[in-house]
Design a protein around this ligand. Structure first.
Ligand SMILES: NC(=O)c1ccc[n+]([C@@H]2O[C@H](COP(=O)([O-])OP(=O)(O)OC[C@H]3O[C@@H](n4cnc5c(N)ncnc54)[C@H](O)[C@@H]3O)[C@@H](O)[C@H]2O)c1
Length: 388
């Protein structure tokens, strides 16, 4: 094996998360898919037809494959613990899709298993890997604009009306926007602030009895050194904040404005709620074509970073710098696909021993903030953080 060899990757779970990473897996030279684990025969056959290699019915069998060096865990949240620990114990490096787990106990158990096995653990893909976030971090790191004082992050989507499995609508099982969406916003805000989060105050909304979990929140995070961030998200939205992003969607694709209302229309067309999981699985690998590689970077809604001497506005194409006396634009194209950055990070960790900051501990710290949002919404006060 040479240092330039791609990472031989096994994919655990070929659902929606995998589909979104697939265009990058197909194009990026840093990884090569050699095996998968999927309970659905349709997905396994599609994998063998596209990639060859081996397709297993269980993650445990995938973990016994000696050719697999790293496992991308894209199974439902509640399975991350068992699947990640099985892979770590088999000596595989880990890329665990967000959130790292549902409970802090599970997240910490995953981190511990990776440490015990001496394998790399990356929490991702997540939006802190987006090229404009990386570009903004470089601008902040240059020191030219002074300290980061405040970050404003907003996102208005129809998340709650996209097809869901039943557990995705039950907070106790990791459902709702806190575990699936706040975790992205927390991740990118922490990455931009570059300081330890200290405490959180938040309110959450669960406004639709037919989908009984949190669909919206607004949260304030206070950071060491005095910086603070406001995070607002609505998964009930009719307004689409991608309209502020040049109609480029979260995945870096130009949006079809004519598709307005598509998610709600599809849900309304179901004969019974029991048909909803099938609507979701109709979008998995082997059932439909994966999207093309996106021409723009991924993003998670409008974000403005206020520094002493400039405001930085992240766009899907780069970073606008609103300085004291002039405005500038720093482009940040995705090369060769939007999720190349996370695949390159895995490669750099495994081949070069240079792990990214988005480690298991990082993922656990973001998860702690998810729980703090829920706790603050219950108690009405600030919640102190202890695992940052
Ligand atoms: N980073 C992102 O942008 C992003 C986007 C979507 C989902 N995700 C993450 O991906 C994970 C899965 O969510 P999803 O929306 O893809 O759900 P999904 O239901 O579409 O996909 C889950 C897949 O796991 C498979 N699966 C179930 N049990 C399994 C088992 N025991 N072994 C192997 N495979 C098994 C299912 O057949 C399904 O194909 C979640 O943790 C979610 O947060 C991340």
């Amino acid at each position: 094996m040479s240092i330039s060899d791609p990472i031989r990757l096994g994919a655990a779970g070929l659902g929606r998360g995998f589909m979104l990473t697939l265009p990058s897996l197909r194009r990026d030279p840093h990884t090569r898919l050699v095996a998968c684990a999927a309970p659905r025969e349709e997905s396994r056959s599609a994998f063998l037809a596209e990639f060859g290699g081996r397709a297993y019915g269980t993650v445990e069998a995938l973990c016994r494959d000696p050719e697999v060096e790293a496992v991308y865990i894209a199974t439902p949240h509640q399975m991350h613990r068992d699947h990640a620990i099985a892979a770590a114990r088999a000596g595989k490096h880990l890329l665990v899709d967000k959130p790292l787990a549902i409970t802090m106990e599970d997240a910490n158990a995953i981190v511990q298993a990776a440490e015990d096995a001496g394998v790399h653990l990356i929490t991702g893909p997540s939006h802190s890997f987006d090229q404009p976030v990386e570009a903004a971090r470089a601008l902040i790191g240059s020191g030219e604009y002074g300290a980061v004082r405040m970050i404003h992050a907003v996102n208005y989507t129809d998340f709650l009306y996209r097809p869901r499995r039943p557990e995705e609508l039950d907070t106790a099982q990791g459902g709702g926007v806190i575990f699936s969406q706040a975790v992205h916003q927390i991740d990118l805000v922490r990455a931009l602030m570059g300081a330890r989060a200290e405490r959180v105050a938040a309110m959450t909304g669960a406004w639709d009895p037919a989908r009984p979990t949190e669909g919206a929140y607004t949260a304030t995070i206070a950071f060491e050194g005095g910086g603070f961030a406001s995070l607002t998200y609505s998964g009930y939205a009719h307004y689409d904040s991608d309209s502020q992003q040049g109609w480029i969607g979260e995945l870096g694709m130009r949006k079809d404005e004519g598709a307005y209302g598509k998610a709600r229309r599809a849900l309304a067309s179901l004969a019974t709620p029991a048909d909803e999981p099938a609507l979701k699985s109709d979008r998995t690998y082997g059932a439909v074509e994966a999207p093309e590689a996106a021409p723009y970077a991924e993003h998670f809604g409008p974000v403005i970073v206020s520094c002493d001497r400039a405001d930085l506005r992240l766009t899907p194409e780069g970073v606008e710098i609103w300085g004291d006396t002039a405005r500038e634009f720093v482009p940040a194209p995705p090369d060769p696909a939007p999720r190349s950055a996370v695949l390159r990070a895995l490669y750099r960790a495994v081949r070069l021993g240079q792990p990214p900051f988005q480690s298991g501990g990082w993922g656990a710290a973001s998860l702690e903030i998810c729980h703090a949002i829920l706790a603050s919404a219950r108690t009405g006060g600030f919640v102190d953080l202890h695992q940052q």
